[in-house]
Design a protein around this ligand. Structure first.
Ligand code: URA
Length: 239
């Protein structure tokens, strides 16, 4: 990647600003001042701005605990975009992996790894997603049993529930792997329930854990590797 692009992706507001910083001699690459903004760099280079190292990750994959009232889009529309919650240094790099409704909370993934993103989105890989659900009236005792069958959720679509556990009168935990539009709301709607609260707590091998609402964090190396292996990608495929 060209140095000016690298800098603009890493928190400098524009390519123009990035070029000026380079021409002013404020950038060092691997300990040497670099005044050529067209210089190509890769994940092995150490880049410094005014002596401070700029994190040079080959890929960035973030987990967000999405709050309600934000929409899964790149720009603000009816609601503010979740991109407002992404730390400045990553905002220009990452794209959303799938979507959550604006009133859904929980685990939302963002990455600049296009191959990983498209594989996670591909129903062929059947990535399991687990949600906690609050419904508007008492859950029927046979719900888990009923959800073992394929469910006609309207518009000619059939949903398949991997697992449903009734947690108490009005809370359930449900796992699906297809990612159909409004899938969870439509599954509960089929049995006459309105979903009052919906929170995604797991996506494949990833758990939301105690990440605070509205916060983002980078995946650990171990989490990232387990996500790659889930969709049968090896790091060498990505170089
Ligand atoms: N199913 C829904 O109905 N909404 C979501 O946000 C995610 C899954």
């Amino acid at each position: 990647m060209r140095l000016d692009r690298f800098l603009s992706l890493h928190g400098f507001s524009s390519r123009k600003q990035a070029k000026k910083i380079v021409r002013d001699g404020r950038i060092q690459i691997d300990g040497v001042v670099c005044m050529d903004y067209t210089r190509s760099i890769d994940g092995t280079n150490k880049v410094f701005f005014d002596g401070k190292e700029i994190e040079n990750l080959p890929y960035v994959t973030l987990m967000m605990n999405k709050p309600e009232g934000y929409q899964s889009s790149m720009i603000d529309e009816r609601y503010p975009s979740v991109m407002n919650l992404v730390p400045d240094q990553y905002r220009k790099r990452v794209r959303l992996v799938g979507r959550l409704d604006s009133d859904t909370t929980g685990l939302l993934l963002l990455t600049d790894n296009g191959i990983l993103n498209s594989r996670l989105a591909n129903p062929k890989h059947g990535v399991p997603k687990t949600y906690e659900v609050l419904v508007n009236h008492i859950l029927r005792p046979d719900l888990a049993e009923r959800c073992k069958e394929p469910l006609d959720i309207g518009r000619g679509e059939i949903a398949h529930v991997d697992e449903l556990e009734v947690l108490d009168e009005s809370h359930a935990r449900i796992t699906v792997h297809e990612g159909k539009y409004h899938e969870i709301k439509r599954i509960f709607g089929k049995f006459g329930y309105d979903v009052l609260e919906l929170k995604r707590i797991r996506l494949g091998p990833l758990s939301l854990g105690d990440l605070e609402k509205g916060q983002c964090r980078l995946l650990t190396e171990e989490e990232y590797d387990s996500l790659l292996s889930l969709v049968r990608l090896a790091k060498k495929d990505l170089l």
